[in-house]
Design a protein around this ligand. Structure first.
Ligand code: ZN
Ligand code: ZN
Length: 142
């Protein structure tokens, strides 16, 4: 199965084969500011099954070993890659060509959730980063 995503202007996009390793919401301050959004929905895909299409994205090192990719033309956030998540590319679910099909299964950094954001799902809500989630969610070799 091939899944595609694109930025606001359409110059930069991505494509991956197969199914995402995980799909979640992140409430951390960095993700919120990066997207100027109250919460950010993510999916993680093995980088070996991923590629950029169209105009190559620009990147910004938001903290040591953490790269955030964005479209040079329109500024849309496009991807996240980090030394502490080897083998994975994290993608913004709202960039999916068909975001309606996205099914998040847990929250991370839930302690940072903005107090005015109402969440009423029954999904697991982890404090801290994805590193605190179950191991199999972030091991791209499985
Ligand atoms: Zn763009
Ligand atoms: Zn985050």
């Amino acid at each position: 199965m091939t899944t595609q995503g694109h930025c606001l202007c359409g110059e930069t996009g991505w494509v991956y084969q197969g199914t995402p390793k995980w799909a979640c919401y992140c409430h951390c301050d960095d993700c919120r500011r990066n997207c100027a959004a109250p919460v950010v929905a993510w999916l993680g895909v093995p980088i070996e099954h991923f590629r950029w299409v169209g105009q190559a994205p620009k990147m910004f090192e938001s903290s040591k070993g953490v790269l955030r990719y964005f479209c040079e033309t329109c500024g849309s956030p496009m991807g996240f890659e980090a030394d502490h998540y080897p083998g994975g590319m994290h993608l913004y679910a709202a960039s999916l060509d068909d975001p309606e099909d996205f099914k998040p299964t847990f929250h991370v950094n839930y302690e940072s959730k903005l107090p005015w954001l109402q969440i009423n799902d029954d999904l697991p809500k982890y404090e801290g980063t994805l590193l605190k989630a179950p191991d199999d969610l972030r091991d791209y070799s499985r």
